[in-house]
Design a protein around this ligand. Structure first.
Ligand code: NAD
Length: 468
C-alpha cells in the first residue's frame, strides 16, 4: 500500500492541513494501490503564500540561473522515467507505449522551454527609444487532467520557470503516485524554495480555491470544456488571465483518393489512442458516402489487429478506462448511440469478457448523423462515430459542425489537396496523413472555439510593460 500523506510545498515534503483521504485504485485489476491525503483551503492559501514570497526574488533571477534550474529538472526526471511509466500503468491503466511517449515528452519540455527562453526577447527597444519589457506575470495556478497529468504539470512548470514566475500546481486527484514521483524529482532538482508547490485535492474544492485565489495572476488549466467554463467564471471575477486547454471531438476526413488500406487502420489508432482517452482523439470519422461498405470492412479488420489488455506488453494499444465514472459515462454514450438509431458495427454495452478492470468494448457506430449526441459530445473512450459526406464542401462543413476545435486529421494521396482541406478546418492542430506528431519541443495544445484559449508560451506568462 502506497500512503501519500505529504505534499511538496516551499521546497519540502510537509503534512497538509487537510485530513480527508482518497483511495488510489488500479483500473486494470481494481486493487487498492494506496491512499492519498487531500489538501484543503488552508493548504492552498499556504502554498500560494509561499509562491508569492518566492516570486519576489525569483522574478529577478538571470536567464542563466533559470536555465540551470530547467536543466536540473530535466536531469532529475530522466533518472525516474521508468518509475513514472510504471506509475501511469498502475494508476490509470495506460498502455506502456503511451506512457513512454508521454514521459519522454514531459521531460523534454524542460529543455525546450530553456531553448525558447534563451531565444526570447524579454526586452526590446523601438527606434524612438520606447522600451518594451516582458516581465514575469506573477504566481501561476496550474490545474492538470488525469490523462496526461505529469506531462501537463511539466509543460506548465517549464514555461512558468522560463518566464520567471512561481507556480502552484493542482494535479489530477487520479494521479497521486505519478505526482509523488514527480515531486521527488522536484526535490532532487534542489529548486529555490517556493517557486514550485503542489496541492493534492479534488477539483471542486482545492482546484476551485486555487483558481479563485486573489494572488493568482494566471490560471493555466487543462481539462474538460465543462470545467473550463467554470475556470473562466472564477477568472472573470478578478479579470485573471487564463490559458485553457480543453476537450475535443476531432474530425478525421478521409478524402476519396486516400489509400484506405493505410488511412482506415490509422483512423482507428487515432480514435482509440490512449484507450480513446486522448484530447486529440479523432473520434468522428468522415468518409465519402460511397465508401461505407469497404470502410466498415477495413475497420473491422483493423480492430482485430489491435491488442487489448496486458497493458505492460509493448504491443498493447487499449487498456482499461481510468475509473468507474469514466466507464459508466462511456456506457451511457454507447446506449445513446443505439437509442439514437446509429448502426452498431462492433462493440456495444458491457465490459469486455475475461478482463477484470474497467474495460469498455471498443465500439464503432456507422450511419451516425451530425445531430446525434455521439457525433457531438466528447465521449473520452474507445467509441468511434462514422459519418458520410457527399462532397468536399460537405466534409468541411461537417468537420466544423462542432463546438470544439482542438484537432483535425485529413488523409489523401495528394498532400496539396489535403492541405487545402486542412486549412479550412477550424482547429488548433491539423495532421495530414499522420496520427501523431513525432517531433520534440514545447509543443502547444492550442485549441480553437470551445477547445481553448491562449497557449503555453513564455509570452503568455509575461506582462507587457511599455516605457516611453
Ligand atoms: P476534468 O475537467 O474533469 O478535470 C481536470 C482538472 O480540473 C482536474 O485536476 C480536476 O480535479 C480539476 N477540476 C475539476 N473541477 C474543478 C473545478 N470546479 N474547479 C477547478 N478545478 C477543477 O478533466 P479530466 O477528466 O481530468 O481530463 C479529461 C479532459 O481533459 C478531457 O475533456 C480532455 O479532452 C481534456 N484534455 C485536454 C487537453 C488539451 O491539451 N486540450 C489535454 C489533456 C486532456
Amino acid at each position: 500500500m502506497k500512503i501519500i500523506d505529504k505534499v511538496y510545498v516551499n521546497g519540502d515534503f510537509i503534512k497538509p492541513h487537510g485530513t480527508k483521504t482518497m483511495d488510489i485504485i488500479n483500473p486494470d485489476t481494481l486493487d487498492i494501490l494506496g491512499k492519498v491525503t487531500l489538501c484543503d483551503k488552508k493548504d492552498v492559501n499556504y502554498a500560494v503564500k509561499c509562491a508569492k514570497e518566492a516570486f519576489v526574488s525569483f522574478s529577478k533571477t538571470s536567464i542563466k540561473r533559470r536555465g540551470e534550474i530547467l536543466q536540473s529538472l530535466y536531469d532529475a526526471m530522466s533518472k525516474r522515467e521508468d518509475e513514472l511509466n510504471e506509475a501511469a500503468i498502475l494508476e490509470y491503466g495506460s498502455p506502456i507505449t503511451a506512457a513512454k511517449r508521454r514521459t519522454a515528452f514531459a521531460k523534454n519540455t524542460f529543455l525546450a522551454a530553456k531553448k525558447q527562453m534563451e531565444e526570447f526577447q524579454f526586452e526590446s527597444e523601438l527606434e524612438d527609444g520606447t522600451k518594451i519589457l516582458k516581465t514575469p506575470l506573477g504566481v501561476v495556478a496550474a490545474i492538470a487532467p488525469w490523462n496526461a497529468n505529469y506531462t501537463h504539470i511539466c509543460q506548465k512548470t517549464a514555461s512558468a520557470i522560463a518566464a520567471g514566475c512561481s507556480i502552484v500546481v493542482k494535479p489530477s486527484e487520479y494521479s497521486a503516485i505519478q505526482t509523488q514521483i514527480l515531486c521527488e524529482c522536484f526535490k532532487e532538482a534542489n529548486l529555490p524554495k517556493g517557486i514550485l508547490n503542489i496541492v493534492n485535492g479534488v477539483g471542486e474544492e482545492v482546484g476551485k480555491d486555487l483558481a479563485s485565489h486573489k494572488d493568482i495572476s494566471l490560471i493555466n488549466f487543462t481539462g474538460s470544456t465543462k470545467v473550463g467554463r467554470q475556470i473562466s467564471a472564477y477568472a472573470a471575477k478578478m479579470i485573471k488571465r487564463t490559458i485553457l486547454e480543453l476537450g475535443g471531438k476531432s474530425p478525421n476526413i478521409i478524402l476519396d483518393d486516400a489509400d484506405l488500406s493505410i488511412a482506415i487502420p490509422m483512423a482507428l489508432t487515432i480514435a482509440f489512442s490512449n484507450s480513446g482517452q486522448a484530447c486529440h482523439a479523432g473520434s468522428r470519422l468522415l468518409i465519402p458516402h460511397d465508401k461505407l461498405e469497404i470502410v466498415s470492412e477495413l475497420l473491422l479488420k483493423a480492430l482485430k489487429d489491435i491488442k487489448i489488455g496486458n497493458i505492460e506488453d509493448e504491443d498493447c494499444y487499449i487498456g482499461p478506462l481510468v475509473n468507474k465514472t469514466q466507464f459508466d459515462r462511456v456506457q451511457l454514450y454507447i446506449k445513446r448511440g443505439i437509442d439514437e438509431g446509429a448502426t452498431l458495427l462492433v462493440g456495444g454495452l458491457g465490459k469486455l469478457e475475461g478482463l477484470k478492470g474497467y474495460y469498455a468494448k471498443p465500439t464503432i457506430f456507422t450511419n451516425v448523423k451530425p445531430n446525434m449526441k455521439i457525433a457531438k459530445d466528447e465521449i473520452f473512450g474507445p467509441v468511434l462515430s462514422v459519418l458520410t459526406y457527399k462532397n468536399e464542401d460537405e466534409a468541411v462543413e461537417m468537420a466544423n459542425d462542432t463546438i470544439y476545435g482542438l484537432a483535425g486529421y485529413v488523409s489523401s494521396s495528394d498532400v496539396n489537396r489535403a492541405s487545402k482541406i486542412a486549412s479550412q478546418i477550424t482547429a488548433g492542430w491539423v495532421y495530414i496523413n499522420k496520427a501523431v506528431y513525432e517531433g520534440k519541443g514545447l509543443v502547444l495544445h492550442v485549441g480553437a472555439k470551445q477547445s481553448g484559449i491562449g497557449a503555453n508560451r513564455i509570452d503568455d506568462y509575461t506582462q507587457f510593460r511599455i516605457i516611453s
